[in-house]
Design a binder for this molecule. Structure first.
Ligand code: CTP
Ligand code: MG
Length: 386
């Protein structure tokens, strides 16, 4: 048989009650990118996956879209049910009309999905299996609470994605009568008498379930990160009248800055620092001053763009540090507001955002009050493959 192609069902309709987190575990950021986006990306990137249907909690589409970012447009989204089984059944009903040949059913709470696992599942189906699932051996000694030892040699830990020919999976869901809630789909297909083929799983596929799982997985992801530092510098001319924007805050002053956009020199330096750490050019190459659409534009848009570029590369911003160089206005009284505003735009705790100021002892262009200069350093981490 030729290699099967899949429609993937990505389950994200659970509430993550055992994780102890305030938000559903699939929406939390893991090393700079949501758990859900990571699971979705792995499916979308696989050559054998034709389409992904995402199941979200009732009324939960907006939250899922926010967690997916720019991936949202590449998935279909439908609402799941009360239980994992009900969520899969809803998905199968959505897909019934088009009746795909093969489906993958995957937990979004498993953000690390190596392509090789999907390859192994596909190989098993191509070999004639109706169902195939990834499993790992149990390595710990297993005992009942009474103390009796259980022979682990015959035991396997079951992961997702699980691969099925569509028709038997649909039949299994249609005929499931047991009052027990199944924790996966393979047991339902097996209940119909089908053989479920076992293929090798992967430690990276571990599920986020209990408190601490998220943090542990984040450490695993970030061991493959390398630190990057970017430096930015900018100057704008001071002119009488006009608005003065510095680090996203409007400051009452006799003079305003002129130039590109709202001329927020501190944000411009910061954007260049972030782009520098990514080695993705500078603010002028993305937002040319000659382009009339950026005249008077709020600079926070440029900063939001740079932050999105870091996320798109799978990176995490660790710290930003800005120095504003001028004789006037005094920056001290505005420093708190500036840090808070930058932290909000960049999505960092305020403890990882520094704003400093200095004069140049009345020397040079800033000393003479002709302009304001700013410099910035951004520290971030990028996945090793970048
Ligand atoms: N799931 C789902 N619909 C449900 C319940 C669970 O789509 N009604 C999904 C979850 O979003 C998760 C996967 O099934 O990706 C595995 O379930 P589990 O780890 O149990 O997640 P939750 O049910 O969200 O967590 P908990 O059981 O701790 O509440
Ligand atoms: Mg659950």
């Amino acid at each position: 048989m030729s290699t099967p192609r899949f429609t993937a069902i990505l389950l994200a309709a659970g509430s993550g009650s055992r994780s102890g987190a305030a938000v559903p575990k699939q929406y939390r950021a893991l090393a700079g990118r949501s758990v859900l986006a990571r699971a979705a990306q792995a499916l979308l990137d696989h050559a054998l996956v034709d389409a992904v249907l995402l199941m979200v909690p009732l009324g939960g589409e907006a939250a899922a879209r926010a967690a997916l970012g720019d991936l949202a447009g590449r998935l279909r989204i439908a609402e799941g049910g009360e239980t994992r089984r009900a969520s899969v059944r809803n998905a199968l009903e959505v897909l019934a009309a088009e009746a795909p040949g093969y489906v993958l059913v995957h937990d979004s709470a498993r953000p690390g999905l190596p392509a090789a696992v999907i390859d192994r599942l596909a190989t098993a189906l191509a070999d004639g299996a109706v169902a195939a699932i990834p499993v790992l051996p149990e390595v710990d000694t297993l005992v009942e609470t009474s103390g009796a030892v259980i022979d682990r040699a015959a035991l396997r830990r079951v992961q997702t994605p699980q691969a099925f020919a569509f028709a038997p999976l649909l039949a299994a869901h249609g005929q499931w009568t047991s009052r027990d809630e199944p924790t996966d789909d393979a047991q339902m297909v097996r209940a119909l008498g089908h053989t479920v083929r076992l293929v090798e799983g992967d430690a990276a596929l571990e599920k986020i379930t209990l408190p601490g799982d998220h943090e542990r997985m984040e450490r695993q992801f970030t061991t493959h990160f390398v630190g990057r530092t970017g430096l930015g510098f900018d100057v704008h001319r001071l002119e009488p009248g006009g608005e003065l924007w510095l680090a996203g805050v409007r400051i009452p002053h006799s003079h305003g800055l002129s130039g590109h956009s709202d001329a927020d020199v501190a944000i411009h330096a910061l954007v260049d620092a972030l782009l520098g750490a990514l080695a993705e050019g500078d603010i002028g190459s993305h937002f040319p001053p000659s382009d009339p659409q950026w005249r008077g534009a709020p600079s926070e848009r440029f900063l939001a763009f740079a932050v999105e570029r870091v996320a798109a590369r799978g990176g995490v911003i660790d710290h930003i540090d800005v120095t504003i160089i001028c004789e006037a206005p005094k920056i001290g009284p505005h420093r708190g507001a500036m840090r808070a505003r930058l932290a909000e735009i960049v999505g960092l705790p305020v403890t990882q955002v520094s704003v400093k100021a200095t004069t140049t002892e009345r020397l040079g262009l800033t000393g003479r009050g002709e302009g304001i200069a700013a410099q910035a350093v951004a520290s971030l981490r990028l996945p090793l493959e970048n």
